[in-house]
Write a protein that binds this ligand. Sequence first.
Ligand SMILES: N[C@@H](CCC(=O)N[C@@H](CS)C(=O)NCC(=O)O)C(=O)O
Length: 238
Amino acid sequence: MTVASDITLYTDNTPNGAKAPIILEELGLPYKLEHLSIQSGRQKEDWFLKINPNGQIPAITDGKQRVFDSGAILLYLTQKYDKEGKVSYAPGTPEYYEQLSWISWQIGGLGPKTGQALAFAAFAPVRSDYAIEKFLNEAKGLFGVLEYRLKESPYLAGDKYTIADIASFPWVFQGADALDLDLAEWPHVKSWVDKIIQRPAVQKGLSTPTPPFTAEQFKEFCRAQRAVVLAKENTDKH
Ligand SMILES: N[C@@H](CCC(=O)N[C@@H](CS)C(=O)NCC(=O)O)C(=O)O
């Protein structure tokens, strides 16, 4: 049965931004695309704050319904449009709570910690070895948590690829390159990434709204950014 949708996606090419097009593509849902370049600052304009009061991407509207924050988008779209359980577990089942736990873990931990590691290592106007080390170690610790889980289970919520995997995947895939982490250190995470990147919906999602750099270009860009930060005087007074 086809359920009518009237979805507009507001996003940019970032790890959080990629989750929304990936789930839309996985579910084969049609959507209008509004590229909201975060560099442009348009995410803080009044019209968009009515869609996401937090002024960040990604967000969607579905008719009159607004949904912001990537975890909420993953849950909303699957609860409304994935009745067959293609990439989600049904609310109320034990697997649903496992799925929800991993999504919450990503939103509260993996995303912010990896994001801070990247901000301090590659984009900070001042250099703090303390902050770089602190957040890099925290991000690596969280990669270790994924390794522990993926050693016992093929996917985060259980036997099936779900929105729990979609939530964490972009942070691991792009985060590892950006921070120059070698996934060989976490072999189960590496095989999980190698499986997920094969999915056409994931490839399409990562190329929305614009085709990303190639992996090599992206690594080179991040390497150059990190070199700029490292060349700054160390302002850490610890
Ligand atoms: N918890 C939010 C985080 C969203 C977020 O951090 N978005 C970033 C891009 S990855 C953003 O919009 N940054 C621009 C800004 O904060 O102005 C989610 O998971 O959707």
